[in-house]
Design a protein around this ligand. Structure first.
Ligand code: NDP
Ligand code: MG
Length: 385
């Protein structure tokens, strides 16, 4: 039986790579649903190629255009945020791959879990904002959340056969981003183009900026905390510029297990899709001839203070990681729109965490309220300045 997949955010960096993986394994997968936010052209092209049961475009204004373009195809076309959730109820979907960026991915994934769908998760913000509720609900319903983020896939792969052995420590590796080794004086003047120029990975704009501030590692630490039920104190970040060792697990006997491979997201995407099996492919292979040395450094927490903000918000719990995430999403957007400088990203997040009252959200709606409150606060602050 083929595994039937819904891809949320199919027009993004991860979504496109997921379709490349599926294209090369036609005996294993069938595409059931594709979705985009605004990108009608690519969604139509993907739909014509993969012939899904349904597509969803979130932006209502593009609905008629997509509907018209797929008039002669046997594909249902929906629009809007509500449809993004409801389409996942289809009994023909086995697995939902979430490659939406930001908190926008939270509600659809929650909805899919409630309806018993296995989740392949790239959208780390889902677990950063509401990790407790999401993992609790997944446990109650008996749904697996399979990580796509390369670090978490590495940990997940290292844990195969070890599920009864306690973890002593998780070591998450980081490339260090484009500003590795730089100090704050340098960061004061960096531009959007400098920050978007990642040395190793080619990814969507938001995560590329998160990699430059190292917030991405902070978000990944929180993601790992929920996926593997490990407290912050047992998670260490190590800079590894070559991005070959994707992360490590240390067990009680001191043994370390790691997963290695070339930095190519198609590998962890494929592992999540084929889990618990592996499938052969023709992706380029790692060779020691190309990598004579693998190096490691301690992160510079003084320069990249987003890492501290993430650790602190995670320890505080409640709505703090949600505030951290919302403020980061807004600040990154404002930086990409040339409204604030690179170092103002962390300042905005710090301010939001200081000013917005602590709550302990229990429902998805309560998390979205905290997110909304943070965005209102930062909007107001921007207008005052
Ligand atoms: P992109 O920006 O490239 O793609 C985002 C996708 O989500 C697009 O399909 C976009 O549609 C859609 N989208 C954007 N906003 C909304 C919204 N409000 N509602 C519904 N859909 C929306 O992001 P990436 O692929 O880089 O990243 C996706 C997620 O995966 C992020 O959470 C990221 O942190 C994570 N991740 C990414 C990695 C990578 O290599 N790229 C690596 C590890 C994790 P449209 O095209 O129409 O705008
Ligand atoms: Mg990652």
């Amino acid at each position: 039986m083929k595994r039937r997949i819904a891809i949320l955010g199919s027009t993004g960096s991860i979504g496109v790579q997921a379709l490349e993986v599926i294209e090369h394994l036609p005996d294993l997968f069938e595409v059931e649903v594709l979705t985009s936010f605004n990108n009608a052209e690519l969604l139509i092209k993907q739909a014509k190629k993969f012939n899904p049961n349904a597509v969803v475009i979130v932006n209502n204004e593009a609905y008629l255009y997509v509907k018209e373009a797929l008039r002669d195809d046997d594909i249902k076309v929906y629009a809007g945020e509500k449809a993004l959730c409801e389409v996942l109820e289809m009994s023909t979907i086995d697995m939902v791959l979430s490659a939406i960026v930001g908190i926008a991915g939270l509600r659809p994934v929650y909805h899919a879990i409630k309806h018993g769908k296995t989740i392949a998760l790239a959208n780390k913000e889902t677990l950063v904002v509401a990790g407790e509720l999401i993992t609790k609900t997944a446990r109650e319903v008996g749904v697996n959340i399979l990580p796509i983020d390369s670090e978490h896939s590495a940990i997940f792969q290292s844990l195969a056969g070890e599920f009864h052995n306690p973890i002593e420590k998780l070591i998450i590796t980081a490339s260090g981003g484009p500003f590795r080794g730089k100090k704050r004086d340098f960061l004061r003047n960096v531009t959007k183009n400098d920050a978007l120029n990642h040395p190793v990975w080619s990814m969507g704009n938001k995560i590329t900026i998160d990699s430059a501030t190292l917030m991405n590692k902070g978000l990944e630490m929180i993601e790992a905390k929920w996926l593997f039920a490990i407290p912050e104190e047992k998670i260490e970040i190590v800079i590894h510029p070559q991005s070959i060792i994707h992360s490590l697990v240390q067990f009680e006997d001191g043994s370390l297990k790691a997963q290695l491979g070339l930095p190519d997201m198609k590998l962890p995407i494929q592992y999540a899709l084929t889990y618990p099996h592996r499938a052969s492919n023709t992706f380029p292979r790692f060779s020691f001839n190309d990598y004579a040395t693998l190096t490691f450094e301690t992160p510079d927490y003084d320069t990249f203070s987003c890492l501290n903000l993430a650790f602190n918000a995670s320890k505080t719990g409640g709505n703090a990681p949600c505030i951290l995430n919302a403020a980061n999403e807004m600040a990154v957007q404002n930086f990409l729109n040339d409204k604030i400088s690179f170092l103002e990203i962390e300042k905005n997040i710090e301010k939001a965490l200081e000013e917005i009252p602590f709550t302990t959200p229990q429902t998805i709606d309560e998390y979205y309220e905290s997110d909304h409150e943070t965005r209102l606060f930062l909007n107001k602050k921007m207008n005052l300045e």
